[in-house]
Design a binder for this molecule. Structure first.
Ligand SMILES: [Zn+2]
Length: 584
């Protein structure tokens, strides 16, 4: 069969099975390679992968928008369990041809390093293992996606309980906390049995590839060339020393402000200055339109890119029953477009999530300038640098009339974000240390030992909250952390990226235009440079150092102090009616 001509669009592969795709790989595998033909061969291979991954991405998007539709689930599963794993197998074969040809260019050196590693750790017997893992992942999505809670007589998906977690009425907050934790407690045995299977499969895959455990496998598998497991442990220590005490101070101030004896887990989301739920937008149109103006202020070219997403229907943002939980930004590689998925319910968190996902989207636009698919995605550390920096760079533009908030609400949203930065670093250290323990301790296959270790790590990193009598609820948190199930070891990246993002933000305090320009230069590098150079280009340093992290934490704490002082001094302006309405 001759298949020298590729389909003109990914839609040709929408219903494809592996048998429809395989002939194109056969042809690429058989085509003679010589110096004069290698570039067109590379381009054909890259285009084929663009077409198939975009078809797979579109199937995944359709499924997560409507998890109850069996046809969409079947399409998504066919790609994720059949087509993509087999394509990866054939890609390794083509990568081997490329590596053996000796062909190289400066902008291909990072790609070749990844290919070499991929070849080294690839094992035929792991292909069905990863396919089976995908099926278990889909099951996790199904279980968690179908969770609804009855709240005041209405069946609601979990994200819709979030406003009640921020209620100024402590009893409502507690009820919302317990209601959103309960479904995970009820499914604990089911989810831990599912995780047992995933654990066993991952450990087997690692051993098949010649590694002692899955942690040692994941470093090369995730192309972590620029840092080591020891660096991650330095990061945990740095968080324990520099961040955990800062979080404790932040929470102590929150406790005093709320006038409580102790902080319970349901006291963490309420705004202690303006204890009412901010509603930054009323509907998706307003949500999106305001975002467009904000990005336009950060940089007009980012505003134009976001407008393209609006015009081309590349956003699905509102929470609806049947949607998978969470949010993501997926790249459609053939068309060079990103797609953003969210479960927005009208809260400040939704604004922050959209800023985050839009950072990924801007990365996809910028990196698409790179000609080959492998030259675009630099790994999650740089990807999250793009998204987390956008959360900070957009912050000065969130005030009306451009942005979402009245001036004092903008300050309290900013305060919440800064506190979240510190709290999330603590969570990141917990999740990374937990996964490290799971895959290296020898006890990761024991459900009770896992829960006990999670509690131990939570007490190590997370201070200032009284969890007494709520051990099971505290345990439930890790079952909700979908990365641990679906994307193992994907978490420290958020920490590495946050440390970079804080440096970019620090630069922006001196010169916002230059900070954004350097940020965009870094995104445009795609995957053609290593992490340290991407960070340098962005104006930051890749670091796990407790002193460097401590300096940034100090800067954040100072800014928190400044915002708090401003919010406190503005209190005289509050009308008496509002005080009554707030219940304060
Ligand atoms: Zn992200």
């Amino acid at each position: 069969m001759t298949v020298s001509v590729l389909p003109a669009s990914p839609s040709a592969f929408a219903k494809a099975t592996w048998d429809d795709v395989a002939p194109y790989f056969d042809e690429l595998a058989a085509r003679p390679l010589d110096p004069s033909s290698i570039e067109s061969w590379l381009l054909a291979w890259s285009t084929l992968e663009e077409l198939v991954t975009e078809a797979a991405a579109r199937a995944m998007i359709a499924y997560t928008i409507d998890t109850g539709d069996p046809d969409k689930e079947a399409d998504h599963l066919r790609f994720s369990t059949e087509v993509l794993p087999r394509m990866e197998e054939r890609s390794v074969e083509l990568a081997r041809r490329l590596v053996e040809s000796g062909y190289s260019t400066p902008n291909l050196s990072t790609t070749l390093a990844r290919f070499r590693t991929q070849i080294e750790i690839f094992r035929d017997e792991n292909v069905p293992i990863f396919a089976e893992l995908e099926e278990h992942s889909a099951r996790y999505q199904r279980i968690t996606g179908s969770i609804t809670v009855e709240w005041d007589g209405v069946e609601r998906p979990l994200p819709q309980l979030q406003p009640f977690l921020k209620s100024s009425d402590r009893a409502v907050r507690e009820r919302a906390f317990r209601a959103s934790t309960r479904p995970y407690l009820d499914r604990r045995d089911e989810l831990s049995a599912l995780f047992d299977k995933m654990y066993q499969l991952r450990m087997r895959a690692a051993r098949n590839a010649g590694f002692a455990n899955f942690r040692d496998y994941i470093f090369p598998a995730k192309f972590r060339f620029d840092y080591t497991p020891a660096d991650c442990e330095r990061f945990h220590d740095a968080v324990e020393r520099a961040v955990a005490p800062a979080v404790e101070r932040v929470l102590e101030s929150r406790r005093q402000r709320l006038g409580l004896k102790v902080l319970r887990p349901w006291d963490l989301a309420v705004d202690p200055y303006r204890p009412r739920t901010l509603r930054p937008f009323a509907n998706a149109t307003e949500f999106v339109g305001t975002a467009q103006r904000v990005f336009d202020r950060v940089d007009p070219s980012l505003g134009r890119e976001f407008q393209t997403m609006i015009d081309e229907g590349l956003l699905d943002l509102e929470s609806r029953k049947g949607k998978a939980p969470g949010g993501y930004c997926e790249t459609l590689h053939f068309h060079g477009r990103p797609f953003i998925f969210m479960n927005a319910v009208g809260l400040v968190d939704d604004v922050m999530t959209l800023l985050h996902e839009a950072g990924h989207a801007f990365h996809a636009f910028a990196a698409h300038e790179q000609p080959l698919i492998w030259q675009r995605h630099p790994g999650s550390e740089a990807a999250e640098l793009a998204s987390m920096s956008m959360e900070l760079l957009a912050a000065p533009h969130l005030t009306q009339p451009v942005g979402y908030f009245a001036p004092e609400d903008a300050e309290s949203a900013w305060l919440e974000h800064l506190e979240d930065v510190l709290l999330s670093l603590v969570h990141i250290a917990s999740v990374d240390a937990f996964q490290t323990w799971i895959y290296t301790s020898g006890q990761g296959g024991d459900a009770d030992a896992r829960d006990a270790e999670w509690l131990r790590l939570r007490s190590r990193f997370e201070r200032g909250v009284d969890w007494s009598g709520l051990e099971q609820e505290r345990v439930a948190r890790w079952y909700r952390q979908l990365h641990i199930f679906l994307y193992p070891f994907y978490y420290i990246e958020y920490g590495i990226a946050q440390i970079g993002a804080l440096q970019i933000w620090r630069n922006s305090l001196d010169d916002p235009k230059r900070a954004v320009a350097r940020y965009r230069d870094a995104l445009a590098l795609g995957a053609v440079r290593g992490l340290p150079e991407i960070y340098r280009t962005a104006g930051a340093r890749l670091t796990f150092d407790a002193d460097a992290i401590g300096e940034l934490v100090l800067l954040v704490e100072r800014e928190i102090g400044r915002v708090r002082a401003k919010l406190s001094s503005g209190e005289g302006l509050q009308s008496p009616e509002r005080r009554v309405a707030n219940g304060s």
